[in-house]
Design a protein around this ligand. Structure first.
Ligand code: SAH
Length: 253
């Protein structure tokens, strides 16, 4: 697949950005590296002249940016989702480095749209937002001052992606594809599966919603690592539905 096409499948999602200037900087960072799919989740102010000013020649990226009310909406259809986090979290997904993750993203982009999720300038990503991602990336930085400007963080990832996409590695053959594979499950299908797990575990008494502990984050980690396919989601949901019927609970798939 052509590097330009692969890069066009990489979506940049900015969660709750406070400064419109940073949205413009992110658009510029993307366009210089050949990316164009920008999504904004509840931006404080957008459109905004400050965003246009910082984007300079990348105003077209801003104009085509989609605005969403929620992260799941911005991630609809994505088959692989990476969180950008300056901090390590106890319950978060496994952490990788930008270069290694760029390789993974380009490989996954062979299957469909993939997304990079960036957090708010002050608070970063919430735990709920980070839980929705398969893996997290931390840009190695000075441990005493490790938080990059939002636009700079977008630039680092886009640069790594472009460098690798044009490095001439043969990517047409994907070693993970075997004769029985179905397309990868999308973000919304996985969220449906997690909700189904939570429901059945609650109904069967395995999960106490008052004291959920680490159960759901652990299940998300497990299935996030597995690169679950559409057929596999259907199988797991079929098993869950059958279990639910067995316990006398109405089928609520
Ligand atoms: N104070 C916030 C950082 C906000 S910076 C915090 O502690 O999380 C805004 C966003 O830029 C972050 O949410 C993250 O998506 C990205 N970012 C900044 N520095 C980063 C780093 N060193 N590694 C990965 N992402 C980073």
């Amino acid at each position: 697949m052509k590097p330009e096409l692969l890069l066009s499948r990489i979506r940049v999602v900015l969660c709750r950005p406070s400064h419109p200037g940073n949205i413009g900087a992110a658009a510029r960072a993307m366009k210089t590296m050949g990316l164009s799919d920008l999504r904004l989740v509840r931006p404080r102010s957008f459109p905004d002249p400050e965003a246009d000013a910082r984007a300079t020649g990348a105003v077209d990226v801003l104009e085509s940016a989609e605005i969403s009310d929620s992260l799941p909406e911005a991630l609809a259809g994505a088959v692989f989702v990476v969180a950008l986090s300056a901090r390590r979290r106890d319950l978060g997904p496994p952490i990788g480095e930008p270069r290694e993750m760029a390789a993974r993203l380009l490989n996954e982009a062979l299957h469909g749209p993939v997304a990079l999720v960036f957090g708010n300038e002050t608070g970063g990503l919430s735990n709920d937002e980070i839980q929705q991602c398969h893996v997290a990336v931390t840009i190695p930085a000075n441990p005493e001052f490790s938080s990059l400007n939002l636009g700079s963080a977008v630039q680092v990832l886009c640069y790594e992606l472009r460098t690798l996409a044009f490095a001439g590695r043969p990517m047409a053959v994907d070693p993970t594809v075997t004769p029985f594979t179905s397309p990868l499950a999308s973000h919304d299908e996985l969220e449906g599966l997690y909700a189904h797990f939570a429901r059945v575990m609650t109904d069967t008494g395995f999960l106490n919603p008052a004291q959920p502990g680490r159960l759901m984050p652990k299940i998300r980690r497990l299935l996030g690592r597995a690169r679950v396919e559409k057929d596999e989601v259907n199988i797991l949901r079929g098993i869950l539905a059958a279990t639910q019927n067995g316990t006398g609970h109405a089928r609520k798939v």
